[in-house]
Design a protein around this ligand. Structure first.
Ligand code: ZN
Ligand code: ZN
Length: 123
């Protein structure tokens, strides 16, 4: 079981599923919203239990981004029409048991850091 929460604790989530596609996103939207690199993993919607007042921001027609209206933690990303939701690995309480498998949107990454961990990169 993976459990997570926002900084203030108003929002909690949990899943008993094995998450897919653990990644670190370097896109400009994740950078703006999180303040840096956003690490996440996906589960099917029916496997993710969320409690609390998630603020869903429609960043584009293709996706919405869920955060806590009180403390601002960026917790969820959901593609329009997709049946999965990504949750923030940084919000997991305790060990996630996961390993990041890829860096994505590296062409948009900040110029203030270098990726040298050997994990596969996708532009
Ligand atoms: Zn919060
Ligand atoms: Zn992103």
């Amino acid at each position: 079981m993976i459990r997570g929460s926002c900084l203030c604790g108003d929002i909690r989530f949990e899943t008993a599923a094995q998450p897919q596609a653990a990644s670190m996103c370097h896109c400009s939207q994740c950078r703006k919203q999180s303040g840096g690199i956003w690490a996440s993993a996906d589960v099917h919607d029916e496997d993710l239990a969320i409690t609390g007042p998630v603020n869903w921001f429609e960043a584009t027609a293709k996706a919405k981004r869920g955060s806590c209206p009180r403390c601002g933690s960026f917790l969820f990303w959901k593609g329009t029409g997709e049946d999965t939701t990504s949750f923030a690995l940084g919000a997991v309480d305790g060990n996630s048991g996961l390993r990041v498998e890829k860096h994505i949107f590296t062409a948009s990454k900040g110029d203030y850091y270098t990726l040298a961990d050997g994990v596969p990169q996708q532009d």
